[in-house]
Ligand binder design. Structure first.
Ligand code: BG6
Ligand code: MG
Length: 218
């Protein structure tokens, strides 16, 4: 199958903001006496802001400790810390292989989409100077269900005007691979700990267009 479009996750695929999310959550968790490690962070990838907070509180046995308003305030504080840390991003913060892959896709007239549930996605693309490289970015504010639900990937396909069966999705999160697979797209996973990806690569540095054309459903 010659893919018509490649749809990227943002955090952890285009740039290493997955780590910045972790640092901000770690600080908030510490303030409410909960310890989170990289293993818990894996389960937060691709999950919405409030969904992530709820998982962290559950991990610390604190799901009943806070009112809705208090949770809202914690999520807002986490976002303020995270947005502050985004100030360090610039065009050098794009992960290895991504700029080259985007150039190859444009050269071949393959459509490029973004499927990130982050409300900060537009400002991150801008900081990376990549906004113009995406033909369509799904609007996270309109999405009702986070990954592993396929909603964001289906929204990106619809915005690009392509059928999911003709698209490849690239993800660094287990919830993201599940979302791609249930959308009907082919899935490419970045990070060898992931399961069920149609193609699994150690890092973004191995991504390239000739390789993506060989992806088949497992
Ligand atoms: C996803 C990240 O891309 O966006 C999650 O993988 C994050 O970790 C989610 O919680 C929502 O991001 P934001 O920027 O809207 O809080
Ligand atoms: Mg990600």
């Amino acid at each position: 199958m010659m893919p018509h479009a490649v749809i990227f996750d943002l955090d952890g695929v285009v740039t290493d903001t997955a780590h910045l999310h972790f640092l901000a959550w770690q600080q908030i968790a510490r303030e409410v006496d909960i310890d989170i490690d990289e293993q818990i962070n894996e389960q937060l990838k691709g999950i919405s802001r409030m969904g992530s907070l709820e998982r962290i509180l559950r991990c610390g046995g604190a799901e009943k400790r806070f009112s809705h308003q208090q949770k809202q305030a914690l999520a807002e504080r986490k976002n303020a810390l995270y947005v502050e840390s985004l100030k360090q991003l610039n065009s050098d913060s794009v992960l290895p292989g991504i700029a080259e892959l985007l150039a190859e896709l444009h050269q071949e007239n393959i459509l490029v989409g973004l499927a990130s549930v982050s409300l900060n996605a537009p400002r991150i693309l801008q900081a990376l100077e990549l906004t113009h490289q995406f033909d369509y970015c799904a609007d996270a504010s309109l999405i009702k269900r986070s990954k592993p639900d396929p909603e964001i990937f289906l929204a990106a396909c619809a915005g690009l005007g392509v059928q999911p069966e003709n698209c490849i999705g690239i993800e660094d999160a287990q919830a993201g691979i599940a979302a791609i697979n249930s959308s009907g797209m082919l899935s490419v996973g970045v990070g060898l700990q992931l399961q069920d990806a149609d193609l699994l690569l150690p890092s973004t540095a191995e991504l390239n267009w000739p390789l993506l054309q060989t992806v088949k459903r497992i």
